[in-house]
Design a protein around this ligand. Sequence first.
Ligand code: OAD
Length: 229
Amino acid sequence: MKKKLVISTGAGMSAESGISTFRDSGGLWEKYPVMEVASADGFARNPKLVHEFYNARRRDLLKAEPNAGHRGLVKLEEQFDTYIITQNVDDLHERAGSRNVLHLHGELMKVRAIDDETKVYKLTPEALETTPDTVIDGHRVRPHIVFFQEAVPNIEPAIDLVQEADVFVVIGTSLNVYPAAGLLHYVRRGVPVYYIDPNPASVPAGVTVLKMGASEGVEKLAELLSEQA
Ligand code: OAD
């Protein structure tokens, strides 16, 4: 039986695809007031601004392609039973071909009905812009994004995955945002943990830090893991 490899990714995973991170210098939260464009209160105050912010993110995403890091993670599926938990709202893991992707903070290319959370709709490249007046299937819609101040429904399945991991990897996150940042603490004792990031946050002793970008780091990771499969 293959070992279980669980990988938790953040904005740095997609940086080499040209998608802005949030907290690096020049990142999105330097250009936009985070609590205006990405919080529940902000959405209640000014939904138009929030729709426009996510429309711009969708336009950026359409121009982007998965990078060598995303593709390298797909390759690891040959050796490992591989699961990706991502804070990213882009679909670059899926487009690269990863089979098991769990989104913690929602998905940019989806919206959902404001009056019925269970009704989720996939946008098409031809109609990816939304406004407070957009109606789909008889419902006004909002971005299918977990805003600040909202619960993270997928954290429970994510914790389950981390608890079952035989190898755990963290890529491209500043480990600032909870509960995602706390996943690291659910790893079983003795499980090898790797963290790929050119500017890594502080992590517990015992974590192998690969201080490099995602593409180079995933290549290095594959070498290190080839001895563990
Ligand atoms: P951050 O912007 O906080 O952190 C990005 C991380 O990526 C930093 O640690 C960088 O050093 C690293 N990085 C930069 N370039 C990289 C590269 N080429 N390869 C690998 N890593 C690189 O982004 P997140 O930690 O993902 O949530 O942010 C977490 C959440 O905060 C996001 O999901 C978003 C944001 O607010 C919501 O909007 C709900």
